[in-house]
Design a protein around this ligand. Structure first.
Ligand code: FAD
Ligand code: NAP
Ligand code: SF4
Length: 681
């Protein structure tokens, strides 16, 4: 019996589907990576999926592939429509089946409906989505008939291409789910009106697909159990649809919990682990086919608990498979402390996908670059000093050492992690601790000599005659040039966030970038972090998991605990405050701070600081903000005091991370740059 079977008996138990078997209960969930449309994309996708298949998952779901042009997400995106597409997809299926014959791979069929980012989108009714610039065309009955057949044809071609099954995405606000809600379906023919009529389209799709692919092919239907919209489905409708889908011939039902246009986060790091699985558990009691659950299941013990609780038959992990392709293998071999955990930051995956960039992963820049970025053994080992154990230094040191170089890592503080040690203190960013645990283990495994509480000096680095010196010394906070900046009311974000100085009741925060927002979150927070409690999360975002009103949220007012601080978050720019935050997470931070009564003010000109407070001109009007504390979050500058001296001594010295460029630095760029440099040392 393997470690996995002993410690995660549910996760590592096979699932019999009648005509075939899944070797375990772990699914790699569907993600559109943009490799689908990239040059040589199918070979790159094959390499990407092969790593995950070898990494132990029982089943893989590809990113969404459109059944026709009007259903594609954007012009020129991937479709499955003809023999050429079949040949391309065979590159993936053959590679995966050869590398891991016991891993299933299914293709997701995605018709974008009114979310299509092009002018040819269609929908049950011509109603534009809030989040889309394009109004869809209303489908005629002929369009509907044709589309149903195109779904069936797409599934049949997927079978021909060697897939073990398909997934129909009937949720998230895409075409199929648009038929279900009155909000998006105002038709008066047999496809609109009563719920029976509105659910006819999804049920018919499943029937036609089953007829086209025969009985020995996996058909997964992804159902919207909650739209997180007040106009969403009632629980009775969800159950009615689930039963009809089962009856129509689906093998498995996968549960989904939101529409993209909902104003409730379901993936961000402030969402607690496995927050939504109880909804799947509720539906599982009503149906007899297996159910898949998902969302913020990022470690094997979380997956095991969900299965042990009876909430699902299969757990889907999508982003966690970007972060670590070997997650399941490591769980099976008892190497859990080696798992590179998805911290749910969305910075390199969802933010990239929604801005048309190639998807990757903040903690694993190899994700979707498997054919280009490899950490191969070195043929000439070098003696390397890495100065600074923040994300950049950690990534560089561990990759260089893994490749066979002899690495010494210097860190002046008493712990590794650099600014991540401050980030992890922010409520909702608890997951950042996992990255530090991962790197601590990697340092041990790769044999890096770690010198903590050791401020590296120029003399020492020179005397050690290193072949290469990497300066990953990070940043120093920018001190803005404001009259009175030395006033005792002024506190640096480093001191405020580490409780090194007391922050008063009335606070002005100068700078509304990522750190300004985090400081406002930290200083306005009260009670337990939503990231650690499903109850708090449900209250803060107005979700009723117990009674399940329409969409899971109808009639529920969000309630947020707050302390008695009065906070003003300021910036000089006249653009909306928070515009520079992550594309798929920025709105959650803005909403949460608004609910905690944090005032966000743009267009500020800071004039001076004195006992009266902060003197500002806001849109031409002079004001004095009567505050006790002024927290400075005005960006950063590179900290590289060793650089010039070492260069003068003709050492081979290189800068990475914040020490290189501090402007717009984040951990994504720090780790990416360090990994790429360490790969070619
Ligand atoms: P640092 O993390 O600053 O590390 C530099 C290290 O060098 C430090 O540990 C320092 O002690 C050490 N050092 C300096 N000089 C010497 C010396 N002479 N000898 C030995 N050691 C030395 N980024 C994101 O991508 N997403 C987020 O959500 C996010 N949230 C954040 C929240 C907060 C509150 C903060 C403060 C930062 C956040 N960041 C976030 C930014 C992210 O942490 C930084 O971009 C990242 O840490 C930069 O990495 P680095 O390795 O370049 O520098
Ligand atoms: P930042 O995003 O560059 O924001 C700096 C802020 O300070 C801006 O609001 C800027 O706005 C203001 N500012 C700049 N120069 C100033 C000056 N001289 N005087 C007064 N105000 C000034 O930097 P940060 O907030 O320090 O964050 C550092 C990095 O960490 C960011 O790049 C970010 O990506 C990363 N981070 C990310 C997250 C996340 O959730 N993804 C969270 C935290 C941090 P004005 O110029 O308009 O005043
Ligand atoms: Fe997870 Fe962040 Fe990586 Fe996306 S970028 S997979 S959210 S760690």
């Amino acid at each position: 019996m393997s470690h996995g079977q002993k410690h995660y008996p549910n996760l590592f138990s096979p699932l019999d589907l009648g005509f075939t078997q899944l070797k375990n209960r772990a699914l790699m969930g569907s993600m559109h990576t943009m490799l689908e449309e990239a040059h040589d994309g199918f070979n790159k996708l094959a390499a990407y999926f092969v790593e995950r298949a070898k990494g132990g998952v029982g089943m893989i779901m590809t990113g969404g592939i459109a059944p026709n042009t009007e259903g594609s997400p954007f012009s020129g995106s991937a479709m499955m429509r003809n023999s050429n597409d079949v040949e391309n997809h065979k590159i993936i299926t053959e590679a995966v089946h050869q590398a891991a014959p016991d891993c299933k791979i299914c293709m997701q069929i995605l018709h974008n409906g009114r979310y299509a980012y092009h002018p040819d989108g269609v929908a049950p009714s011509a109603i534009k989505a809030r989040i889309s610039p394009f109004a869809p065309r209303e489908m005629s009955t002929d369009d509907i008939e044709r589309t149903l057949n195109e779904f069936a044809q797409c599934a049949a071609l997927a079978k021909e291409a060697g897939y073990d099954g398909i997934e129909i995405i009937g949720s998230a606000g895409y075409l199929i789910s648009e038929f279900l809600l009155e909000m998006t379906n105002q038709r008066t023919d047999e496809w609109g009106g009563s719920y029976e009529n509105r659910m006819r389209f999804p049920v018919e799709i499943v029937k036609r697909i089953r007829a086209a692919v025969g009985s020995d092919f996996i058909v997964v239907y992804r159902i919207a159990t909650m739209e997180l919209l007040p106009e969403g489905s009632s629980w009775e409708e969800v159950v009615q649809l689930g039963k009809a889908i089962e009856q129509a011939g689906a093998t498995i039902i996968s549960t989904h919990f939101t529409w993209h246009e909902a104003r409730v986060p379901t993936l961000a790091t402030m969402v607690p682990r496995a927050a939504f699985t109880q909804v799947t558990g509720k539906l599982r009691k009503e149906l007899s086919i297996p159910l898949i659950t998902s969302n913020r299941i990022n470690m094997p013990d979380v997956a095991e608990q969900v299965l042990a609780d009876g909430d699902a038959d299969i757990v889907s992990m999508a982003r966690p498979m970007l972060a670590d392709p070997e997650l399941i293998l490591k769980a099976d071999q008892g190497r859990e402390d080696e798992i590179n955990t998805c911290i749910a930051c969305n910075q390199a995956c969802m933010d990239h996908a929604f801005s048309g960039q190639l998807v990757s992963c903040l903690v694993n820049p190899r994700a979707c670059h498997e054919t280009e970025l490899n950490y191969l053994p070195t043929e000439s080992a070098k003696r390397v000093a890495v100065v600074g154990a923040g994300p950049a230094g950690l990534a560089y040191a561990t990759i260089a050492a893994q490749r066979g170089h002899n690495v010494t890592l210097y860190e002046s503080s008493d712990r590794i992690g650099g600014q991540f040690n401050i980030a992890k203190r922010i409520p909702g960013k608890e997951e950042f601790t996992e990255t530090l645990r991962y790197y601590a283990k990697q340092l041990e495994l790769t044999g890096v000599t770690v010198k903590l509480k050791h401020k590296a000096t120029q003399e020492e680095l020179i005397s050690e005659s290193f072949d290469k010196i990497i300066l990953a010394t990070g940043i120093k906070p920018r001190t803005p040039d404001i009259d009175g900046i030395d006033h005792p009311k002024v506190i640096s974000y480093l001191d405020a966030l580490q409780d090194k100085k007391t922050v008063g009741k009335k606070v002005a925060i100068i700078g509304a970038g990522g750190i300004g927002f985090d400081a406002a979150e930290y200083l306005s927070h009260a009670g337990v972090s939503s990231g650690l409690s499903k109850e708090v999360f449900a209250k803060e975002w107005g979700i009723d998991f117990e009674n399940h009103p329409r969409g899971g949220v109808a009639g529920i007012e969000p309630t947020v605990e707050t302390n008695d601080r009065e906070i003003q978050l300021l910036q000089r720019k006249t653009t909306a405050v928070g515009k520079t935050l992550g594309r798929t997470t920025g709105w959650t931070h803005r909403i949460m701070l608004q609910r905690r009564n944090v005032k966000m003010i743009n267009g500020c000109d800071y004039r001076k600081i004195d006992d009266a407070g902060l003197h500002v001109t806001i849109n031409g009007e002079e004001r004095v903000l009567d505050v006790d504390s002024i927290v400075i979050c005005a960006g950063q500058q590179p900290f590289r005091e060793l650089y010039e001296g070492l260069q003068n001594q003709t050492c081979d010295v290189e800068l990475v991370g914040g020490a290189d460029v501090a402007s717009e630095l984040d951990a994504k760029r720090a780790i990416d740059q360090a990994s790429k440099l360490a790969a070619v040392l």
